[in-house]
Design a protein around this ligand. Structure first.
Ligand code: ADP
Length: 319
């Protein structure tokens, strides 16, 4: 292997730049040539490919977003789209590819591997919803963004003695809601993996008020039922006025935390090592603080499971 490419695809996450930097620098350390592919698979089909050097990834380790840009592409899901992508890579003499993204992007990487391009997936998403890795790049930063926001909301909630419902991202995975709810001492956490009962939510609220609590924080994952609906249901049942905050895309941005920069550096470098060992169609991950590689097909046949012991703990501590 002499030349490799790197792209970011799907939803962006803080730390993707640190991962790009690791891929580029590790490749250069091993005297490989590296090409940046701009705007994900769409850019790959459009031949938007440029050689990178050591300097092109300077001063980005601390920046959110992705210098390569990202995109979603329906065309790439077709055989013709994938063949176009393979042809462009071959034209540049690129036979290895690092794909930084989520599970959709990994499916694309697997297809490319089947068509003769060795591709390795690096998990980058704030949702932490990828199997075979304890953490994904961007999750820790998003978590800290959520916590900072909830801390601020808590100040005003205490002053006004109000009930706040905060909706955080996570369509299928409740990790962000769960960990932020635990870290912020939320009274109630609603995640897509656990069915909720509005009566239970209301009982917990009322128990809190009876023992003199001045405010309440309820964290809801967008995939659970959404913050607005929960706010309405609480008002209907109790007559309490609820303030609903949807945190939205603020959770995707910002300078990556130290944990995300370290994770991105380790995973990006490991992806290059795997390419050098002749591996393809695998995703890299971290399990018990060790780097692991899993075939993408095997990983995506599994489901990501939220840690229900954390859910139980959060419930016990917010009794
Ligand atoms: P994420 O990678 O964050 O999960 P998406 O699910 O939108 O984001 O996937 C990103 C891109 O990966 C898609 O726009 C598409 O180009 C490509 N992709 C997704 N699923 C497949 C698939 N089954 N086959 C080939 N490419 C795919």
């Amino acid at each position: 292997m002499k030349r490799i490419g790197v792209l970011t695809s799907g939803g962006d996450s803080p730390g993707m730049n640190a991962a790009i930097r690791a891929v580029v620098r590790k490749s250069m350390f091993h005297e490989l040539e590296v090409f940046g592919i701009y705007h994900g698979y769409q850019g790959l089909m459009n031949n938007n490919i440029k050689e990178l050097d050591l300097g092109s990834v300077g001063d980005i380790i601390h920046r959110g977003g992705t210098i390569l840009g990202t995109a979603r592409s329906e065309e790439f899901k077709t055989d013709e789209g994938q063949l176009k992508a393979v042809e462009n890579l071959k034209q540049h003499g690129i036979d290895g590819l690092v794909v930084i993204g989520g599970d959709g992007s990994f499916r694309g990487a697997e297809k490319l591997s089947q068509k003769g391009i060795a591709a390795i997936g690096v998990p980058g998403t704030i949702d932490n919803d990828i199997p075979c890795t304890d953490y994904t790049i961007g999750f820790d930063t998003a978590l800290n963004t959520v916590i900072e926001a909830i801390d601020k909301i808590r100040d005003t909630a205490t002053s006004h003695e109000r009930t706040f419902v905060i909706e955080v991202m996570g369509r299928d995975a409740g990790d962000l809601a769960l960990y932020s709810g635990l870290a912020d001492g939320a009274e109630t956490i609603l995640i897509p993996e656990v069915e909720y009962s509005i009566d239970d939510v209301v009982n917990r609220l009322q128990r809190g008020f009876e023992r003199g609590k001045k405010h309440s924080i309820i964290v809801v994952a967008e995939g659970s039922s959404g913050g607005l609906k929960i706010g309405e249901e609480i008002t209907e049942k109790t007559g309490l006025e609820c303030r609903v905050t949807v945190l939205g895309h603020i959770q995707r941005g910002g300078s990556p935390t130290a944990a995300d920069r370290v994770l991105a550096s380790r995973l990006g470098s490991f992806a290059v090592e795997l390419l050098l060992q002749g591996e393809k169609g695998k995703m890299v991950g971290i399990q018990n603080n060790s780097l692991v590689a899993t075939p993408i097909s095997e990983a995506l046949a599994q489901k990501h499971f939220v840690d229900l012991s954390i859910y139980k703990l959060a419930k016990e501590l917010s009794i």
